[in-house]
Design a protein around this ligand. Structure first.
Ligand code: PMP
Length: 418
């Protein structure tokens, strides 16, 4: 690890020293910096390292032979359409199917409300492009999804974090933050939230708070961006009702097939009020002309011919077993001073270290002990999160998860004695 990270650091410094274009980039390019997670991937993917770092879906659980047949059948039957340009808004039939998926979260929408995007990450980019001028404020949970923070930073937004606890965003903190920002003359463009099985904290906005958050934002005229890629991956009971289900005009909903099918298709979507949706389509066309017809039709074919609800259930059971393995191992092995969240779905646990420890400082030693996690600071824009870490249970097998926690607990115990 030491060798590899030193090498990485050297390359980065050399890179910036020899970058002949550095004074020619647009101002926004200064906000484009590699996330801490990205730098970690190379190290964490070494086979001897138990990675509790990345959030990669366990696509191996898909019937890959079925997917293969489906793709070759698609080329044979609909090749000329699948290999042609498509519309900026996305394949009409897939948009209808997306509406059917959305009904599971209480959303009543028509295909015309949907824009198909290259994963929900592109929807985030397009929304930010449409709304953000440099210095505009985006409200976001603290901690927040690192990919969204990267996008906001690339468009020079000012991210203001809103406090969050085990029930999600704290409504009082949201109301106070909005009030203070407005009093200071700031332009708040939207609230970005991952209300269900949040990345990175693993917590879910409670039903009562959903109502409050909707009310506060409606009263203050703040648009909500509801990013919900994990909503159907709950371990108990029915899916949560989406925020968008109770305010179609004030919420842009972002969805994705990355976790319920496979991220390799890169198919996500945005469900937006009429006016915003038109802008989204224009932004989409200027970015990529149209999404890949091929992957849209492949996903459509999958939804039309395969038992996709059963497949989501298989994923849920698999991730539940891994969540249990992680929580049981944390309970059994972590020092008493550590705490962590108990997710009821999704991929992530947010762990807190004892006072005085810094997760980023611990990481090199953890990797030397062959376990990786993501330090908490990457999920904040204001330096928060130093005592926290994100632990993902989605990818490693349960036995590996237990071994990873064993290694991590040892490292933390040693750090506590220093
Ligand atoms: N939002 C959240 C909260 C995520 O965790 C992710 C993936 N890690 C994304 C958006 C982007 O996912 P995709 O582009 O694959 O749909």
């Amino acid at each position: 690890m030491t060798q590899e990270s030193d090498h990485g650091r050297m390359a980065a410094t050399q890179g910036s020293r020899i970058d002949a274009y550095v004074d020619r980039y647009a101002a926004r390019a200064t906000g484009m910096v590699a996330s801490e997670i990205r730098a970690l991937f190379a190290v964490a993917s070494r086979p001897e390292v138990v990675s509790l770092a990345g959030g990669m879906p366990y696509v191996t659980a898909l019937p890959l032979d079925v997917v293969g047949e489906l793709v070759s059948d698609l080329v044979a039957r609909r090749g000329p359409v699948a290999l042609q340009y498509g519309s900026g808004q996305g394949d009409p039939h897939l948009r209808e199917q997306i509406c059917e998926v959305m009904r599971l979260e209480g959303i009543d929408a028509g295909p015309d409300d949907v824009v198909v995007t290259v994963g929900s990450q592109q929807a985030l980019d397009l929304i930010t492009r449409i709304f953000i001028d440099p210095g505009d404020v985006v409200l976001a949970e603290g901690p927040s999804y690192v990919g969204a923070l990267g996008t906001f930073s690339a468009y020079q937004a000012k991210v203001v974090h809103v406090a969050m606890d085990n029930e999600g965003i704290v409504p009082e903190s949201l109301a106070q933050t909005i009030y203070a920002l407005k009093a200071a003359g700031s332009r708040i463009k939207f609230l970005y939230t991952v209300p269900t099985f949040q990345n990175p904290a693993g917590v879910t906005l409670s039903v009562a708070r959903r109502r409050q958050v909707l009310e506060i934002c409606q009263r203050a005229g703040v648009l909500i961006i509801e990013d919900n890629p994990y909503g159907l991956l709950g371990f108990d009971g029915e899916p949560m009702r989406a925020l968008r289900a109770d305010n179609a005009d004030g919420v842009v909903y972002l969805g994705s097939f990355s976790k319920t099918l496979a991220p390799g298709f890169r198919v996500g979507w945005a469900l937006a009020p009429h006016a915003i949706r038109e802008k989204l389509v224009l932004a989409m066309e200027s970015a990529v002309l149209s999404h890949s017809s091929f992957t849209q039709l492949a996903v459509g074919q999958y939804l039309a011919t395969q038992p996709w609800r059963e497949q989501i259930k298989t994923f849920r059971e698999l991730y539940r077993e891994r969540r249990d393995a992680l929580l049981d191992a944390l309970e059994a092995l972590m020092p008493a001073e550590c705490t962590w969240t108990r997710p009821k779905g999704g991929f992530f646990v947010w762990a807190s270290l004892p006072e005085g420890l810094d997760s980023k400082a611990i990481l090199p030693r953890a990797v030397a002990e062959r376990v990786a996690f993501v330090p908490g600071t990457g999920f904040f824009t204001d330096g928060g999160g130093a005592r926290h870490m994100r632990l993902s249970y989605c990818y490693p097998e349960p036995e590996r998860i237990r071994e990873g926690v064993r290694r991590l607990a040892r490292v933390i115990e040693q750090e506590m004695q220093l």
